[in-house]
Ligand binder design. Structure first.
Ligand code: DGY
Length: 318
């Protein structure tokens, strides 16, 4: 593969970079910051294969520069950052990294859910001020998880991994999905309409890809339907929620709290969210474990190797 040129938009974990350098010539050293539009277009123009990340917007303008490009291996399971149709029209394969980040993302979903419900971040912040007067019976009370209802919007791999973890809290799961899923023995997973999930859940967790259909899936009307005691958790894509409507819902008490790993206009975050105690915010860490990020890189390389040797990409999308 050494005669093929790879454009890797960002620095990836060391084992992945070592594997890349052993197999390909690089267009240039990967950046530790997002490339500008010009840098992105220049990289695409010189590459036989690209490893892109969700932070790069690969639209028809960028694709128009890609005269020799065979594959874009997106370093993410989501691929809403790429115009897959335009890539297909140019004969460019697009692949993603499914499966390997399922558990990491499901774990982080629970980290957010627990953090919001038990006020973990708020408590940590308080202690760091040096103002904690000591234990008190009514201090910083959160809510129980056990026995509460977990609503899951999108019961794909990650949605199911989140649902499996709910068994430890004896939480029944209501979910929406295009198709019913196989329910593991002994678990209570019920497929419902969106409206039923919204109105009956104590926690609502989003696990749909961002598409034209799911953009602003959770807006003012949906937030209005939720219980005032409910918490909304999002580790999918920010724009699945209408962020302005969410801010209003939090400010007016339509819902009790939110745990967010993703934002509608990343890396910008609605200022009000950063000021609210009932919101926990993370910087898009869903897949951010070293093991997972290495596996994601290796999947990108597997797909690139397949396409450059004339074989189908195992994780082709679109
Ligand atoms: C994905 O793979 O889509 C994640 O959001 C990346 O962390």
């Amino acid at each position: 593969m050494a005669h093929f040129t790879l454009y890797c938009t960002r620095v990836l974990p060391d084992p992945v970079m070592t594997a890349i350098r052993a197999r390909f010539a690089l267009v240039h050293e990967p950046l530790d910051h997002p490339p500008s539009r010009e840098e992105l277009a220049q990289g695409f123009a010189q590459a036989d294969a690209v490893i892109s990340t969700l932070a790069e917007h690969v639209d028809h303008t960028v694709l128009a520069c890609a005269s020799r490009l065979k594959i874009i291996a997106n370093y993410a399971v989501g691929y809403n950052n790429i115009d897959v149709v335009a890539a297909g029209q140019r004969g460019i394969v697009v692949s993603n990294t499914p499966d390997v980040l399922t558990d990491a993302t499901a774990d982080l979903t629970w980290a957010l859910l627990l953090a919001v419900t038990r006020r973990v971040v708020e408590g940590d912040r308080w202690l760091r001020t040096g103002q904690w007067p000591g234990w008190a019976p009514t201090q910083m009370l959160g809510g129980d998880l056990t026995g509460k209802t977990l609503g899951i919007i999108g019961m794909g791999r990650i949605g199911q991994a989140v649902a499996l973890r709910a068994a430890g809290f004896r939480m029944p799961v209501l979910y929406t999905s295009r198709r019913p899923v196989a329910v593991p023995a002994g678990l209570s997973w019920t497929r419902c309409s969106l409206d039923e999930v919204l109105t009956q859940s104590d926690f609502l967790s989003l696990h749909v890809p961002l598409t034209d259909t799911t953009r602003h899936l959770i807006g003012a009307h949906e937030l209005q339907s939720m219980k005032p005691t409910a918490c909304l958790i999002n580790t999918s894509r920010g724009a699945v929620i209408d962020e302005t409507a969410l801010v209003t819902a939090l400010e007016t008490g339509l819902i009790a709290g939110a745990g967010l790993d993703v934002y509608e206009h990343e890396p910008a975050i609605h200022a009000t969210l950063t000021r609210r105690a009932n919101v926990v915010l993370l910087p898009h860490l869903g897949s951010a474990t070293l093991e997972t990020r290495i596996r994601m890189g290796m999947i990108c390389l597997t797909n690139i190797a397949a396409v450059l040797s004339g074989k189908p990409a195992p994780n082709r999308v679109g």
